[in-house]
Structures are given as C-alpha cells and as structure tokens.
Design a protein around this ligand. Structure first.
Ligand SMILES: [Mg+2]
Length: 182
C-alpha cells in the first residue's frame, strides 16, 4: 500500500494570518508572515508557552477556518490514484476531535488521521509522498527518499534546490496528480 502524508496547517488551510493576528496582540514587533524567514521566527519575540497558546487557540477554533481552494479535489484525486491518505498534523491529541469534524464538514478525504508532536514515526517504507510546509519534516522525508511537495512560503524557501517540489497553491499540486507527476 502506497501512502501519502498530508499536513494541515499552511497546507490545507491558511494558518499564518490567524496566527499573526494572535501573536501581534502579544508583541507588536512580531514580523508579518512574509517576513517569517525561519520556522521559529517567534523565538526573539515571546516565550514558547505563549506561542503555543496561540497555536492551540487556532487549533481549537479549527471550524472557523475554511480549507484552501482545491483541498477537497486534491485529497480525492490522491485517493482515486490508489494512495492511502494520512492526514498528519502537529497538534495536541485533544484537538483530534475538532480536526476530524473539520475534515468531515468540508468533505476532505482521509484514510487515517495522525495528531502528535512527532510526525517522523509515520515515515515507513510505504510512504511515497509528503505534502507539508515544515522544513524539518521535509528534510527528514527527503533523506528517506520520499517525494516532497509543498506550497512555497518565506519560512521554507531555503529548501529550494534540495529536491523538494514547490508549488504556488493546492491547485498546482492537484494538477501534479492529474498529469501523473504524483
Ligand atoms: Mg504545516
């Protein structure tokens, strides 16, 4: 069984804008998302516990956010290709219920949902593709020979040239499936 692992935050919906809105309330000097040039851009501006409070707040309110255009079509096309679709999100385990509800409300296909603070346990020999924006996860998957695809952001653009396929949006990733690139 060939698997594809699909991330949620900044992959299936826009996570950066709601996050920025919360972070700027804590520190007005926090840069805007287009200036988040590293994964831990927030480190110089706030405590880790405050940052994760904001992250958890967005996860708790998951139902307030719409998925990106073509999220539904992309997941359905991966399923139709015969891939086993694992939705994997870095979030607290008590957020699983609301995430599941969100996926169901928006008719987003999945075979399995994984919620944890370590996605690396998912990368077995059956995983053929990763769709995720996180540099650490992508680097790990690339080392395992997994084909990685991501939307290009300021916080992952340093990976250009490493073998990852960057796309502008989910429509372009969906087109990869349609044309047989995935
Ligand atoms: Mg993400």
């Amino acid at each position: 069984m060939n698997k594809v692992i699909v991330d949620v935050d900044s992959t299936l919906f826009g996570f950066d804008v709601p996050l920025y809105k919360l972070l700027v309330q804590m520190n007005v000097n926090i840069p805007i998302p287009s200036n988040w040039h590293k994964w831990c851009f927030w480190e110089d501006y706030m405590e880790e516990s405050d940052f994760y409070k904001a992250v958890n707040s967005i996860h708790s309110n998951q139902l307030s956010y719409s998925p990106f255009s073509y999220a539904r079509e992309l997941l359905q096309s991966l399923h139709r290709k015969g891939l086993y679709v694992v939705i994997a999100s870095h979030r607290d385990n008590d957020q699983l219920g609301v995430l599941k509800k969100w996926l169901e409300i928006y008719d987003l296909y999945y075979d399995e949902i994984h919620v944890s603070h370590d996605k690396k346990i998912l990368f077995d020999e059956n995983v053929k593709y990763l769709i995720d924006d996180c540099p650490e996860t992508i680097t790990y998957a690339l080392e395992k020979g997994i084909k990685c695809i991501s939307i290009l952001y300021s916080w992952n653009k340093q990976l250009i040239g490493t073998g990852i396929v960057f796309k502008k949006n989910l429509k372009e990733i969906y087109n990869m499936v349609k044309t047989g690139e995935m």
